[in-house]
Design a binder for this molecule. Structure first.
Ligand SMILES: O=c1[nH]c(=O)c2nc[nH]c2[nH]1
Ligand SMILES: [Zn+2]
Length: 476
């Protein structure tokens, strides 16, 4: 059942912050955003005093009885984060990678972990925990890799739907002998049949794809034989599905692709010649692509998921995001658990900025650096475009849906007050900061303790003890 439990017309009153372009953030101190019963933004008003709410109601016919959720103090509303690439099944391995790099990391940590999700109770435990964890970090949409197992993949879709997190959920296809015998599809037919089964199931629980959608998921070129890639691409076309895979993450991986697909001009060419590069394709990593490969991806309108924490943790490399943005590629951020060590997109905003600075240190070109505004854009509107939801989410515009987080920043007591210091979360605001400074303090030192409430399509899907607003009829 799609998560459209009844919600009341609500006016969210208080500061809001969102991207208006790649380089610009709007910070409105006195906002009032009207969200209707379908979770759609009906109006966005600016410069509204607390006393002016009655005027807002009377200016907007039909809003007289709307409930009001007021944000006081140093907080602000911010769009929900979009994680364009993560592996829910690897959640228990978060933070574990040692000194491995991609190919030995897969064999050492990843395949054994993923194979354990043949047990549905194990999958239940891992997926419940991960969806809850990502929601608590303000992630309202996720593109998920599950595992090869149909029951566990379907369960992940059930959990996202129940908890109200938007998700693209992919059963992983992998039939080559790169993977151990105990964890791979037995044949191309199995890959197609099981992927089809999962697509059918996900469409049966959410026929309009309002919250969950299937995504065809060939793990990466070395995991699939050529006939498997062709069959899976045909399935994606026939079912008009999104596609996700990995590309050009690690130099050893690229050499392996060349060895396995000797007739292909490049890694990108492998996917292109198997018709896997479509406007609905998400390509994770894209660290070492050549200019020609990037041009092909751009021409096919496929999208890029930048996974900076993962690229550093398993020492894959520094993706040239400034170059790719300049070339016109569509880019979002991905946590890539558990190559990535943190389930938070806010953490990956920081990591994207750090990686771009390391690149700038190497090249001596300051233009390589991403600004805070740019990284926040990738986390919201950029990510929305990557998962095909740019009309629905990513910013606070009329007719977009209310996918939002309430950010609360702690206040440091006035001088001379009690000795007992109580910290409300990791960010201390002294009262003299400008609004851009407050936002920056959140970006660089905030975490999930600052995310005190989260909504998807107007439904409250996460809250902490600091949230004092009305609770939804839906269970949290
Ligand atoms: O970061 C990654 N995580 C994975 O699970 C994976 N599989 C193939 N390539 C991969 N890269
Ligand atoms: Zn990945």
């Amino acid at each position: 059942m799609a998560a459209s439990a009844s919600i009341s017309k609500t006016i969210y009153v208080g500061p809001f912050v969102h991207s208006t372009s790649l380089t610009d953030l709007e910070i409105e101190e006195k906002g009032a955003i009207g969200v209707d019963e379908n979770g759609v933004i009906a109006f966005v008003e600016r410069n509204v005093s607390q006393a002016g709410i009655e005027d807002v109601k009377s200016r907007n016919p039909g809003w007289q009885d709307a409930q009001v959720i007021k944000l006081e103090g140093n907080g602000f509303f911010f769009p929900g984060f979009i994680d364009t690439h993560t592996h829910a099944s690897q959640h228990p391995n978060t933070g574990l990678f040692g000194k491995t790099t991609l190919l030995d990391w897969l064999q050492t940590y990843t395949f054994p972990m993923e194979s354990s999700l043949s047990s549905v109770p194990t999958a239940q435990r891992i997926y419940q925990s991960f969806v809850s964890r990502t929601l608590s970090h303000g992630t309202t949409t996720c593109a998920y890799y599950a595992t090869i197992h149909v029951p566990a993949t379907n369960l992940l879709a059930d959990i996202c739907l129940k908890r109200g997190q938007r998700a693209l959920v992919g059963r992983v296809c992998m039939n080559s002998d790169l993977s151990p015998e105990y964890y791979r599809d037995e044949s191309v037919e199995t890959s197609v049949r099981n992927s089809q089964a999962s697509i059918d199931y996900i469409r049966s629980i959410d026929p309009k794809g309002e919250i969950v959608k299937p995504i065809v998921t060939p793990r990466f070129a070395p995991s699939c034989t050529s006939d498997c890639l062709s069959a899976i691409s045909k399935l994606a076309q026939e079912t008009n599905s999104h596609i996700q895979t990995h590309i050009s993450e690690n130099k050893g991986e690229i050499a392996l692709v060349q060895e396995l697909f000797p007739k292909s001009k490049s890694y990108t060419d492998v996917y292109d010649t198997h018709d896997l590069l479509t406007p609905k394709t998400i390509l994770a990593h894209a660290v070492h692509l050549s200019p020609e490969e990037r041009q092909t991806i751009l021409a096919r309108k496929s999208k890029i998921s930048h996974c900076p924490a993962s690229n550093t943790a398993i020492t894959s490399g520094c993706a040239p995001i400034r170059t790719m943005l300049n070339e016109g590629l569509t880019i979002g951020l991905g946590t890539d658990i558990s190559g990535g060590f943190h389930p938070s997109i806010l953490e990956n905003v920081r990591q994207a900025v750090w990686v771009s600075r390391h690149l700038a240190l190497q090249t001596g070109d300051d233009a390589t650096k991403l600004s805070t505004e740019e990284a926040l854009y990738l986390a919201t509107r950029g990510g929305a475009a990557v998962v095909g939801l740019e009309e629905q989410v990513g910013g606070f515009d009329v007719e977009k849906e209310w996918d939002a987080q309430m950010i609360h920043l702690g206040s440091v007591d006035e001088e001379g007050s009690s000795d007992a210091v109580v910290h409300e979360g990791p960010v201390d605001v002294f009262g003299w900061e400008s609004w851009p400074d407050k936002v920056e303090k959140w970006v660089y030192s905030g975490d999930d303790r600052n995310t005190i409430a989260v909504w998807v399509r107007g439904r409250l899907v996460h809250k902490t003890a600091l949230y004092s607003g009305p609770k939804d009829a839906t269970t949290l």
